[in-house]
Ligand binder design. Structure first.
Ligand SMILES: Nc1ncnc2c1ncn2[C@@H]1O[C@H](COP(=O)(O)OP(=O)(O)O)[C@@H](O)[C@H]1O
Ligand SMILES: [Mg+2]
Length: 278
């Protein structure tokens, strides 16, 4: 089946299970899957495992029916691109250079010659910056950018690598409203144009509802719901997983909107945190 499939995947940190027997798929090509769940539910661990950076204790992954080697970054890095939650600070490259370096990282893996960037490569890098609305930053140094600007450059570096599987961990966390909307629009276009399997960790459930094709809701290292966002994000699932009282209502344009009225009762919260009632 076309897309990414997760089969019986488990991850432990030491002896502690963090992901337990995850089965999901297909995460289709040309679609964005939102990865949702509370802090510590295993979202970043899942993304890092899909990227081959964290070793799974069990299970397998396949892309278009072909098995992907677990924990084999080098074999996977050309098709799978991962943007971490925390981006490295103190990098002295110019923005444009950093995007060219990212493009080269992929090309070199494909045994292409090194040397000065060709004018077509520079043009391509400018086009990616332009598409993300950050062309004006091209000559700036990375270490003098704001957190949000650096995050946009990180997204540009990921897109120029032309992935088949694109894994983005909280890529909107430092962005203003306009850029959040714009980035999701670009991700939707690029995902469809190139038939990418895109997985994005999001905290804003409304962004997931509006801009994603599927949602996967994690709770304590297990997938509790996977499917079209309106089926996954319900008042019941938000109460169960996040301990909030929520309403889902259409906005004037017909999009589903989540409104939070408050916290669920204390017992619900204690259960979520794994506390034992006296
Ligand atoms: N490198 C690590 N070593 C040990 N435990 C970890 C490590 N990374 C994450 N964890 C733990 O695994 C659980 C899931 O973490 P993570 O995947 O980062 O959650 P999320 O991204 O959903 O907030 C948490 O309890 C976290 O403390
Ligand atoms: Mg995380």
């Amino acid at each position: 089946m076309s897309g990414l499939n997760i089969h019986d995947l488990s991850v432990n940190y030491g002896k502690r299970p963090v992901l337990v027997s995850l089965d999901a798929g297909p995460l289709p090509r040309g679609q964005i899957t939102a990865l949702l769940g509370p802090n510590g539910s295993g979202k970043s661990t899942l993304l890092r495992t899909l990227a081959g950076l964290t070793k799974a204790s069990n299970g397998s992954l396949s892309l278009d029916g072909e098995m992907l080697a677990l924990s084999a970054v080098s074999a996977r890095s050309h098709s799978v691109v991962y943007l971490p939650q925390a981006l490295p600070a103190g990098v002295r490259l110019q923005v444009l250079e950093s995007v060219l370096v990212a493009a080269r990282a992929t090309r070199d893996g494909a045994q292409q010659p090194r040397g000065k960037p060709h004018s077509s490569e520079i043009e391509h890098a400018h086009a990616v910056l332009q598409r993300l609305g950050i062309e004006a930053l091209a000559a700036r140094s990375l270490d003098e950018l704001s957190g949000g600007q650096r995050q946009l450059v990180g997204i540009a570096q990921a897109l120029i690598r032309d992935p088949q599987v694109l894994l983005l961990d909280e890529p909107l966390s430092a962005l203003d409203l306009n850029h959040q909307f714009h980035v999701m629009q670009v991700l939707r276009e690029v995902t469809r144009e190139r038939g990418i399997v895109t997985v994005v960790v999001l905290h804003d459930i409304n962004v997931a509802m509006r801009a994603c094709d599927r949602a996967m809701l994690l709770h304590d290292g297990r997938i509790v719901h996977f499917g079209p966002p309106p089926q996954v994000v319900t008042a019941a699932s938000l109460a169960q997983v996040f301990g909030v009282l929520a309403r889902i209502e259409p906005c004037s344009r017909g999009h589903h909107q989540v409104l939070i009225d408050g916290l669920a009762d204390r017992t619900g919260i204690a259960n979520r945190m794994g506390a034992v009632s006296p």
